[in-house]
Design a protein around this ligand. Sequence first.
Ligand code: CA
Ligand code: FE
Length: 567
Amino acid sequence: MPELSRRHLLTGAAMALAAARLRLGVTSPAAAAPVPDDPFTLGVASGDPTVDGVVLWTRLAPDPLAGGGMPPEDVAVTWQVATDDAFTDVVASGIEPAVAALAHSVHAEVAGLTADTWYHYRFSVEGWTSPVGRTRTTPAWPARTPLRLGAASCQSYRDGYYTAHANLAVEGCDLVAFLGDYIYEGGGTGPVRSVPGGEADTLAGYRNRYALYKADPDLQASHAACPWVVVWDDHEVDNNYAGATAQDAVDEATFLARRAEAYQAWWEHQPVRLTAPTGPDLAIHRRVDWGSLARLHLLDTRQHRTDQACGDALKEPCPGWDDPARTLLGAEQETWLLDGLGAEGVVWDVVAQQIVFAPMPVGTAVNMDQWDGYPAQRERVWAALRARPNPLVLSGDIHLAAAIALHDDLDDPTTDRRGTELVVGSVSSRFTAVPPALVEQVLDQVAWWEHVNAAERGYVVVDLTETAMHAELRVVSTTTEPTATVRTDHTVDLAATPVARPVAPTTTTTTTSTGPPPTAPAATTPDGSVTDGPVATTTIPGGASNGATRAMSSPAAAVAATPRYAG
Ligand code: CA
Ligand code: FE
């Protein structure tokens, strides 16, 4: 639809909705057009929580796999937030438009709630009522309420059932970080399910793809259990794309038009506190503060990156590979990240992003699509991150789960350990580049790779407190059957470097998640401990060998020889 007529439509719809709001009480479902059937086929979700609010999401889609099935008018949808799941104590409610031009998606930004509190929410329209979701607000600065953080990535629909989500939904997480590859653009038939429609590359195609995924009951349960923070990786658009460069040889303008449609569909289907994109650009890097216990830095390593050096697979480094001008984050996001790593009083800095951060040597080759392909910017980011008291990096993308020690010199395990990276595994996407046992054998030889599992699917649950981190790498028994059991494959326990408790609240009434100013002064503790103490004591079951090796082995050669090695 041309921009002018689309804007005209939106303006007219907004006026109609304003009139509807005047006519109707906030508890009366209202619609400008009939809803032909149950529109809540895609479930509900919440996300991007703050100290006093959260974004509530749904999309009206009575015929989800064929464009949604809604009439072309905007529709007014009622939302309610209550302290109980019977909705006898409704504490907030309102009407939000489901805009036709945005796939009748609803993003209700709720404010005025109590900090550090659980709620229930639901939507209704024309007599239809949605499933009920649970959500919560964040603790206010400087509270240090413990955080139970789930993390997941890579959920290829055709590759497997979402047994991981069925289990993640009952882990009791306060928050789930989804690190990308929420959908896969490719179609076709996998081991358990089929994806109709071929490769998605239009707005309609991406919408139907999200609808297919979101119709899954296990994914819906996972979303309904707690708020999520969502970032994208490559497959939300196109495998291994870089900025304006497609995987395949298409010109930049053509790819950017595709990217605009993919980004719009992503926005339409995620509970994000962002303005809908109107073109190929959408800045999604943002922060969530959990009191002064943890600060989540959510990154975008796809949209702003320069093209992979030497090709986007496992390669020997080639000339220009370490050019400091090559970037994963872009200059603006890098500055934003480094600024945000300056806050005093925060115990845990959690960098939640897409791709493996630590060096992953496969013989003498590295994966040019990961941080290994952008070593100069990694060094700048690591210099700021390793100065923090307790850095934790979360990554996904490569369809394996791992625990990695982040040393002062990332590839020198004789230097002090400064932090931890958890590669959170894949919900359903298989590790297919080489036999899983082969890559496990290769990475087991890398000293800082403490643990790796490429054979099984799962997710990670991290418990953060003021004094410790306890992480569990969870794996499901199967993804080829609709139900599965879950077990803990590996645990990581770290004592936190002590951080003095801030004395004065600075943001208790804010409605954004900006948290403390970078220059917020730290208090001294009664025992006079300092914020930048010695590196955390680590307890890694199964521990690391201390003989790091980059020596080429024959498994490494076999892995390196694979033509495509992409998550
Ligand atoms: Ca990926
Ligand atoms: Fe993936």
